[in-house]
Write a protein that binds this ligand. Structure first.
Ligand code: C2O
Ligand code: CU
Ligand code: CU
Length: 561
C-alpha cells in the first residue's frame, strides 16, 4: 500500500502566516500540527471483481428522526442497512432504536459493505475490533463526501467477539457517534457455538450511552473548552437508545453483550443486590474461564460479555444494573465544571443503568460452562523487543491531550511509531509526567478533592510544548486507549503511589485475562501490553476512545511496514 503525501502543506503555511519559514526550521510539533490540515483526498474505494463475498450489504448513514423521549421525536444520525446477499439473520434491528442494526457475521466469511453517505457532511466507517487491511479500516483519510459511496471488502479473521461499527472522520468522530451513528457487529465462530451459550432472544445487546437533551427532545452537543478537555457528558443514560430501559426476562440464564457507546463516560457496572457480575468475555472475545467480579469498569469503546442468571428469581422481582461510585477518572477541577445543571449526572456518581424484571417462570436454563475458550497467548520472549517496549505516552496539557508528545497528523510517523510487519510487540502505555510518586502537580487535583497530599514539585515532563506544568497534573485523568488492528494482551498494570487511593475504587473492575483492543489507563497508571502486528501493512491508528480527546488530536498512527 502506498501512503499518499500531504497535498496542502503549502496552503497551510500561507494561511498560518509562516510561509516564510523553510520547512526545516519548523519545529517538529508544528509541522505535525500542519498535518491536521494536510489530509489528502483519495478516490473512494470500489468493489473489486475477484472478491467473492459470502455476505454483501448496503450500509446507509442518514439524518432521520426517532422517538427517544416521550413527546417530540429526536433528530439523529443513523445507520441503516440492507442485506444484498448472505444469511437472513445477518441483520437484526434493535426495535425503536437510533442505533444501527446488529450485524451478525461468522469467522471466515467474506464481507462486502457498500457505505452510502447520505449525511450532509463527510464520514467514513470503522470496524472497531476487526483485524482488516488498512485501506478498509475506516481511516479518516478515506472519508467520503455526501452522496458518495465507499466499498469495503474483507474477510472475518477475528475469533467470536462483539465489535463496534462507528464513524471515524477527522475531528468529527465524537459528534457523529453522539448523534447516533454506532452499531454492534457480533462475530460468531465454531469454538463459541460448541458452548451452547444463550442465543436468540436470550442474547441481548446492552449499548450504554449518555446524552443531553433540550426541552424539545433534541440532542445538545456543545463540548466547548471543558468538554474537549474532560469529555462531553449527558445527564440521561440510554440503553440501546432507550431511557430507563426495562428488560422483561424469563427466569433463566441470559447472555448480555455490553458495549460502552458513550463518547466519554466511564461506568462501574454492578448488580444492585451485590450479585457478582459473571464475565464471559471482553473486547476480543471469550475468556478461558468465566470470572466473577464485584463490579466491572467499562470505558468508551470497551465491550463486556456477561452471563446473567435469573433462574432462581421470582416472577415480579427486579434486578438493577447500576454504575457505582468511584473516583479519579476526571480531576476535581473537571468535576467542578461538570456540576452545572447540564451535567447533572456526575461521572463516578451512583446511578441506575437498566432494570431486568423477571416476568416469566421457565423451568429449564442452560448451565454456565466451566471453560469457555482457548486463548493463544504470547510471552515477553515471543516479542520483537522484550527489553525495549514501544512507548505510548499520554500527555495532558491545557487545551491539549496528546499521545507520543504530538497531536494527530496524517502520516506523521515518529521512529517509535514504525512497526515491522509480522512482529509481536511489547508496548508500554504511560503518562508522560507520571511516576513522580506524588511529586507532580497531579497532587493538586487530588488536594482539590480533599484527599491525597501530592506536592507541588516538577514532574519529569518538564516545561515542554504542553504549555506549562501548571495545567498538566490538574488535567490528569483516565484515558481509554484503543489500538486498531489485532487485539492485545494486558501483561501488567502498575499505579504510582499518589494515585493508589483513587485506583482502589476501580481496580477490581479490570479484566486483564482476556484479549483487548481498548484499555482504560488511570491517572498515574502504566500498562504493558503485547500486541501482534500481522498480515497487513499500512497506517493503523491508536487513540484515546474518549472521543472528544480523539477529535482534539489525542491520536497517532503506527506505520506497519
Ligand atoms: Cu472505536 Cu479508532 O475507534
Ligand atoms: Cu478501532
Ligand atoms: Cu483521553
Amino acid at each position: 500500500m502506498s501512503i499518499p503525501k500531504f497535498q496542502s502543506r503549502r496552503r497551510f503555511l500561507k494561511q498560518s502566516g509562516i510561509g516564510f519559514l523553510t520547512l526545516a526550521s519548523i519545529p517538529s510539533w508544528l509541522s505535525a500540527a500542519e498535518g491536521m490540515h494536510g489530509m489528502p483526498v483519495l478516490p473512494a474505494r470500489k468493489a473489486t471483481a475477484n472478491f467473492k463475498p459470502d455476505v454483501e450489504l448496503e450500509l446507509f448513514c442518514q439524518n432521520t428522526e426517532v422517538p427517544v423521549l416521550v413527546g417530540q421525536k429526536t433528530r439523529v444520525q443513523q445507520y441503516s442497512a440492507k442485506l444484498l446477499q448472505g444469511p437472513e439473520q445477518t441483520l437484526a434491528e434493535i426495535p425503536g432504536s437510533f442505533l444501527g442494526p446488529v450485524i451478525r457475521l461468522q469467522k471466515g466469511q467474506k464481507v462486502r459493505i457498500h457505505l452510502h453517505n447520505q449525511l450532509s457532511e463527510d464520514t467514513i466507517t470503522h470496524w472497531h475490533g476487526l483485524h482488516v487491511p488498512a485501506e478498509v479500516d475506516g481511516h479518516p483519510v478515506y472519508a467520503i463526501s455526501p452522496g458518495q459511496q465507499f466499498v469495503y471488502e474483507f474477510e472475518i479473521v477475528n475469533r467470536a467477539s462483539m465489535v463496534i461499527y462507528h464513524p471515524h472522520p477527522h475531528e468529527a468522530t465524537a459528534k457523529q457517534v453522539y448523534h447516533g451513528l454506532a452499531g454492534a457487529i457480533i462475530v460468531n465462530d465454531e469454538e463459541e457455538a460448541a458452548l451452547g451459550l444463550p442465543s436468540g432472544e436470550f442474547e441481548i445487546p446492552i449499548v450504554i450511552q449518555d446524552r443531553l437533551f433540550d426541552g424539545q427532545n433534541q440532542l445538545i452537543y456543545s463540548p466547548g473548552m471543558h468538554g474537549n478537555m474532560f469529555g462531553f457528558y449527558g445527564n440521561r443514560i440510554l440503553v440501546n437508545g432507550h431511557p430507563e430501559l426495562q428488560l422483561d426476562v424469563a427466569s433463566r440464564a441470559y447472555r448480555l453483550r455490553f458495549l460502552n457507546g458513550s463518547t466519554a463516560r466511564i461506568y462501574k457496572l454492578a448488580w444492585d443486590d451485590g450479585t457478582p457480575i459473571t464475565v464471559l468475555g471482553v473486547d476480543g472475545g471469550l475468556l478461558e474461564q468465566p470470572e466473577n467480579k464485584p463490579y466491572v469498569m467499562l470505558a468508551p469503546g470497551e465491550r463486556l460479555d456477561v452471563w446473567a442468571d435469573f433462574s432462581n428469581r421470582n416472577v415480579g422481582s427486579q434486578l438493577v444494573m447500576r454504575s457505582l461510585a468511584f473516583s479519579g477518572v476526571v480531576p476535581a477541577m473537571g468535576m467542578g465544571m461538570m456540576s452545572s445543571q447540564a451535567y447533572g449526572l456526575p461521572v463516578g456518581s451512583d446511578y441506575p443503568i437498566f432494570t431486568a424484571r423477571i416476568s416469566k417462570k421457565v423451568t429449564d436454563s442452560p448451565k454456565l460452562p466451566s471453560t469457555l475458550s482457548k486463548i493463544s497467548r504470547y510471552n515477553i520472549g515471543d516479542t520483537h523487543n522484550p527489553n525495549k517496549p514501544v512507548p505510548i505516552t499520554i500527555s495532558e496539557g491545557h487545551m491539549q491531550m496528546l499521545l507520543n508528545g504530538r497531536p494527530y497528523a496524517y502520516n506523521d510517523i515518529q521512529d517509535r511509531e514504525r512497526i515491522p510487519l509480522n512482529t509481536i510487540q511489547l508496548m508500554e502505555i504511560s503518562h508522560e509526567h507520571g511516576g513522580g510518586h506524588g511529586m507532580g502537580m497531579g497532587g493538586m487535583g487530588r488536594m482539590g478533592m480533599g484527599h491525597g497530599m501530592g506536592g507541588m514539585g516538577m514532574g519529569r515532563g518538564g516545561m515542554g510544548m504542553n504549555g506549562g506544568m501548571g495545567m498538566m497534573g490538574m488535567m490528569a485523568m483516565a484515558h481509554p486507549i484503543h489500538l486498531h488492528g489485532q487485539s492485545f494482551q494486558i501483561i501488567s498494570r502498575s499505579i504510582d503511589s499518589a494515585n493508589e487511593r483513587d485506583y482502589a475504587t476501580v481496580n477490581q473492575g479490570f479484566i486483564n485475562s482476556g484479549l483487548k483492543d481498548t484499555v482504560l489507563v488511570m491517572p498515574g497508571e502504566t500498562v504493558r501490553i503485547i500486541k501482534p502486528f500481522q498480515d497487513y501493512k499500512g497506517l493503523f491508528m491508536f487513540h484515546c476512545h474518549n472521543l472528544e480527546h480523539e477529535d482534539m488530536g489525542m491520536m497517532r498512527e503506527f506505520l506497519v511496514e
